[in-house]
Design a binder for this molecule. Structure first.
Ligand code: ZN
Ligand code: ZN
Length: 297
């Protein structure tokens, strides 16, 4: 701690910025591909996949002693802390000055993911609701708490990375959008790496927050992919060669059917989108007047 304060004091004279960088990693672990469905010869097992992500996380942590990480698993319809195991409760001003024990991060991720899979192996995979919005909201709460703890004059630069292998259901459009706008307000960019199929919803999330959206076909060379595209901070990404950006599908998903809608009705209270006129908003229960037909003269 004394060493940190000494560095911080000397940095005042040389006008060197001292920043905490917080990486919020959300790993989707409920995909059927880990259970063997749709596996190809280059598919990783869940263990290999987690080990790949751990190498990426340790690379991020080794870049600066003030780098910090939060790892969450989006599993079935909920989210779970993989590191730190106690989540927000583990945050205190004392731990801010300690460097992160990388072997502790690796063992916590492996231990907690094994525990999670053992606890949920008997439950059926639910396709209707994803745990991603819950994990996003939790990670933003963690970043907000962290921000309140950093010493005066030190900035917290947070960003998120979502690695997803499952289809994302558009019925959760509103929760994704709420999380995206909250992240945008706090200047937290959300990067997404999709391993199976594209998602226009996650594409919108990255577009709103200024993150990087990429779909990788299959699992081969996943580590190189993560290191090359997602390890550099947002401000220096232009220095690296990147794949051409695809156009963003900005259509909203309707609350009534979950379909992408180009032209629809929007609730003036909660901003829910409907593809057809509805007299009562399903989300906030506001009653609307029926549209009046024009009176012929
Ligand atoms: Zn609809
Ligand atoms: Zn409403």
């Amino acid at each position: 701690m004394a060493e940190f304060l000494q560095d911080f004091e000397s940095s005042k004279d040389t006008v060197v910025e001292v920043n905490y960088r917080l990486l919020l990693v959300i790993i989707e672990t409920s995909s059927s591909i880990w259970a063997g469905q749709g596996r190809t010869t280059d598919s990783l097992s869940l263990q290999e996949y987690l080990e790949t992500v751990i190498v990426f996380i340790n690379s991020f942590l080794s870049m600066d002693r003030l780098n910090r990480v939060l790892v969450l698993a989006a599993h079935n319809n909920a989210s779970y802390y993989l590191y730190p195991s106690a989540g927000i409760a583990s945050l205190d001003t004392k731990s801010l000055f300690d460097s992160v024990d990388m072997s502790g991060v690796s063992s916590a991720i492996i231990t907690n993911s094994r525990k999670l899979l053992a606890e949920t192996c008997g439950t059926l995979l639910t396709r209707d609701v994803s745990g991603l919005p819950s994990a996003l909201a939790r990670s933003l709460c963690y970043a907000n708490k962290f921000k309140g703890l950093v010493p005066p004059g030190v900035r917290l630069l947070a960003r998120a990375l979502v690695i997803n292998s499952s289809p994302v259901d558009s019925s959760q459009y509103m929760t994704f959008m709420n999380a995206s706008f909250a992240a945008q307000k706090e200047s937290i960019s959300i990067d997404t790496c999709l391993l199976i199929e594209d998602s226009s919803l996650l594409q919108q999330v990255t577009s709103i927050t200024g993150g990087l959206y990429l779909r990788k076909a299959g699992h081969s060379a996943l580590l190189q992919y993560l290191l090359w595209f997602y390890l550099p901070e947002v401000e220096i990404r232009d220095w690296f060669l990147q794949p051409p950006k695809s156009s963003v599908d900005t259509r909203a998903s309707c609350c009534c059917h979950g379909d992408m809608t180009e032209l629809g009705h929007i609730c003036s209270v909660c901003f829910s989108v409907y593809c057809k006129f509805t007299p009562i908003c399903h989300v906030c229960e506001t009653a609307f007047k029926l549209p009046q037909l024009g009176i012929k003269k």
